[in-house]
Design a protein around this ligand. Structure first.
Ligand code: A3P
Length: 292
């Protein structure tokens, strides 16, 4: 991160300047296909984990078909400029089914996707662990503002003054779509508790036939340790790393991968303030999270 990094507001959402307004506008008109698979998250919710699961399912758990490509080639990051290209401009040439990653709020997504065309796997994570993960990520990613302190970052996070705006708006916009047959709403904590069950859910939702052996392989190959040590999945050595999206001297993408790390960062006071804020937002909606 760098002091010169500037965010701007696009339809009320805070975005860094490398996400250009003309691209954001063009994305609304993107031609969605019925068999498109969008993995959509607020950053740090388990996106890479789902990228791995979906790309393995897509290849019957056969890493010999995926190992030469990194995650962001197998599941391109729709709106993010990487090198000279923005993936959504190249996707019209890609064969079906197209696995795609995006961090859009519901109302920023392609209109056809909003209208129910294509499939969306949305992953949500408890906001306390997410804030901690996002805080560390801001040091790793030079395109984002380096936090001056944990306290300051937490304020910015709650106020939506971070990349992709307010977490609760993001998660609640997609939560409202949970009964839409084209949307599968998952939680990071459930993936932890029973990865196999969630992998089966994903395969069923996509209507991709899988054998129990393939499910086992996918579960095994998408474990944190496996992904952290594999250059095709650890992000920092992949496409985004090479394009300067990450500065590997400042940290690692696969940091801890656990539930409950917030306890090592939040003071009691911060925890109470944060809980009250999100309780008010989430309670009326029925959306709940586990924090340990
Ligand atoms: P931490 O920073 O808490 O370790 P995203 O992919 O959305 O950017 O999310 C990154 C977070 O998911 C990081 O959290 C990362 O460690 C965690 N993660 C990635 N792959 C994982 C896996 N296979 N199992 C558990 N956590 C994983």
């Amino acid at each position: 991160g760098d002091d010169r990094v500037e965010y701007y507001r696009y339809k009320g959402i805070s975005l860094p300047s490398h996400l250009a307004t003309e691209d954001m506008d063009a994305i609304q008109d993107f031609a969605v296909r019925d068999d498109d698979v969008f993995i959509i998250t607020y950053p740090k919710s388990g996106t890479a984990w789902l990228q791995r699961i979906v790309s393995l399912l897509h290849n019957d758990g056969d890493v010999s078909k995926t190992e030469l490509k990194d995650l962001d080639e197998l599941v391109p990051y729709f709106e993010q400029k990487c090198g000279d290209s923005v993936p959504f401009r190249e996707l019209p040439e890609a064969p079906s089914p197209r696995p795609i990653k995006s961090h859009f709020q519901f109302f920023l997504a392609p209109l056809q996707l909003q209208q129910g065309k294509g499939k969306v796997i949305y992953v949500a994570r408890n906001p306390k662990d997410l804030a901690v993960s996002y805080y560390h990520f801001h040091f790793l990613a030079p395109r984002l503002k380096t936090p001056t302190s944990w306290e300051q970052f937490l304020q910015d996070f709650v106020n939506g003054e971070v990349y992709y705006g307010a977490w609760h708006q993001h998660v609640l916009g997609w939560w409202q779509q949970r009964d839409n047959p084209n949307v599968l709403f998952l939680r990071y904590e459930d993936l932890h508790k029973n990865t196999k069950k969630q992998v089966e859910k994903v395969a069923e939702f996509l209507q991709w036939p899988v054998t129990p052996e393939v499910v086992e392989k996918v579960v095994e190959l998408s474990k944190f340790q496996k992904m952290a040590t594999d250059p095709t999945t650890n992000k920092v050595e992949g496409k985004q790393g090479k394009a300067g999206v990450f500065d590997s001297s400042k940290g690692t993408f696969f940091r801890k991968g656990i539930v409950g790390d917030w306890k090592s960062h939040f003071s009691d006071e911060q925890g109470q303030w944060f809980d009250t804020f999100y309780h008010d937002k989430l309670e009326p909606t029925g959306l709940q999270f586990e924090f340990e």
